[in-house]
Design a protein around this ligand. Structure first.
Ligand code: NDP
Ligand code: 2IT
Length: 449
């Protein structure tokens, strides 16, 4: 018996465990949502009658395929590709592709499941999906990346389409990879179909602000949560884990809002720069030269690199986990709270373990869960789709204002829903319930499909 889940929902949770053996991250993501839904099912008996929860936990379609490719020495490698088309009640499947050696079905399913509710919160017409591969892009040449992406798309293309399924980036997939995949899709289908992928380059259908969107959006969300507490980023010491796409633009926006990020990281270690991180240097090292964050210390002698360090041991007022799942455990959460952290904004998906979440909620700090706080990325992907459909492109300022408006709206929705359901200040409950109800109502309207 899982203590937090209501009895009626517990049977459904046990069924998820049984049907999806060994997929621990998926179990964790489902448990977190079901824990919030107790008050919803008492109000909406039709959700139980129509078996909405059982249906929402079962992906509409799961595609697993072989991805063969050759390295620069002619050696053959075989990876596994995934696309989980989870839920299309609100729109075409939408969600990123992750290339990382840890990828297996359970990771893609947890991400796809979260994506359903996140996408619902954005208010845009997008369903939930996710994909990727256990391919490790680290240390690969440009040509190897291209051959892998082409082989991956040679299978995936048949499942995609601007009205069907629209992938984007995630860990290990950025503008370069989207470019190679777009080229192969175009070649196979003979269609210049901009709306089939988002995160495209600016010269060929991409949107301004998409690269910045997840990090900027997470910062806008926490800025709103701070306002509720009559606080702001001004003068706050912040930590941002990771040093990839989400981390970089989180640091940038925090600095624009007057905060000071003193540390970031990668899977090998932590960079601490008390003076405040030099975000232009991080962009140059990570986006242009594709180097490790350790090299930052070669350019700033007053910065310190801690190999295998734990970033959450550093005292801060705002923490923005922006690397990967389960990077903050119960002990880290306690350390953060003890050190005076008043807000945690999840740029990453599910970066806090259930024990960690409990610590943040018990301490009543402003805790923005990923499916709300990092929704700016996918929301701006939907803005990219809008521009593609109109064959238009919008200015940076106009697009950023739209993103900010969406994040302010998501914050308000989560805030108000939490109050309505008797959990004021609890953005987990607010996000899960608000995200769920919209999808559930659409599923009821569509009948048994
Ligand atoms: P990137 O590949 O650009 O960067 C990932 C960063 O996280 C790197 O610094 C990487 O370090 C670190 N990292 C990844 N895996 C691990 C790991 N297992 N242990 C420790 N560090 C790790 O990815 P993104 O910035 O795009 O994604 C970061 C997070 O944000 C993910 O959780 C993703 O799902 C989420 N997200 C991304 C969105 C987007 O638009 N890109 C939108 C919403 C959420 P290293 O180089 O050492 O691996
Ligand atoms: O987790 C996410 O929301 C993403 N990786 C972005 C998905 C998207 O379609 O832009």
């Amino acid at each position: 018996m899982s203590p937090q889940i209501d009895e009626k929902l517990e049977t459904m949770y046990q069924e998820v465990l049984k049907r999806n053996p060994g997929e621990v991250e998926f179990h964790q993501a489902v448990a977190e949502v079901l824990e919030s839904l107790n008050p919803v099912i008492s109000k909406h008996p039709e959700y139980l009658e129509r078996k909405i929860i059982e249906r929402i936990c079962e992906p509409e379609r799961q595609i697993i395929f072989r991805v063969p490719w050759q390295d620069d020495n002619g050696q053959v490698h075989i990876n596994r590709g995934f696309r989980v088309e989870f839920n299309s009640a609100l729109g075409p499947y939408k969600g990123g592709l992750r290339f990382h050696p840890s990828v297996y079905l359970g990771i893609i399913k947890f991400l796809g499941f979260e994506q359903i509710f996140k996408n619902s919160l954005t208010g845009m017409p997008i369903g939930g999906g996710k994909g990727g591969s256990d391919f490790d892009p680290k240390g690969k040449s440009d040509d190897e990346i291209m051959r892998f992406c082409q082989s991956f798309m040679t299978e995936l293309y048949r499942h995609l389409g601007e009205h069907t399924d629209v992938p984007a980036g995630d860990i290990g997939v950025g503008g370069r990879e989207i470019g190679y995949m777009f080229g192969q899709y175009k070649r196979i289908t003979n269609r210049w179909e901009a709306g089939v992928l988002t995160g495209k380059g600016l010269k060929w259908g991409g949107s301004l602000v998409r690269p910045e969107a997840t990090g900027y959006g997470a910062t806008f969300f926490i800025n709103e949560a701070l306002k509720v507490r009559k606080e702001s980023f001004a003068g706050k010491t912040c930590l941002v884990s990771g040093s990839g796409n989400v981390a970089i633009y989180t640091v940038e926006k925090i600095h624009q809002l007057g905060g000071k990020c003193i540390a970031c990281s990668d899977s090998n270690g932590v960079i601490v720069h008390e003076k405040g991180l030099d975000v232009e240097l991080i962009k140059q090292l990570k986006e242009v030269e594709r180097r490790r964050i350790k090299d930052y210390a070669d350019y700033h002698k007053d910065a310190k690199y801690i190999a295998n360090g734990n970033i959450w041991d550093i005292p801060c007022q705002v923490a923005m986990p922006s690397a990967t799942q389960n990077e903050i455990n119960g002990k880290d959460a306690k350390t953060l709270v003890k050190n005076g952290c008043i807000a945690v904004g999840e740029g990453a998906n599910m970066p806090t373990t259930p024990e960690g979440i409990k610590v943040f909620l018990d301490a009543k700090i402003a805790y923005g869960p990923g499916k709300a706080a990092n929704a700016g990325g996918v929301a701006t992907s939907a803005l990219e789709m809008q521009q593609n459909a109109q064959r238009d492109s919008w200015s940076f300022d106009f697009t950023e204002k739209k993103l900010e408006g969406i994040m302010v709206g998501i914050h308000q929705l989560c805030h108000d829903t939490a109050e309505e359901y008797g959990a004021p200040g609890n953005y987990v409950v607010g996000a899960n319930i608000a995200g769920f109800i919209k999808v559930a109502d659409a599923m009821v309207a569509h009948g048994l499909v």
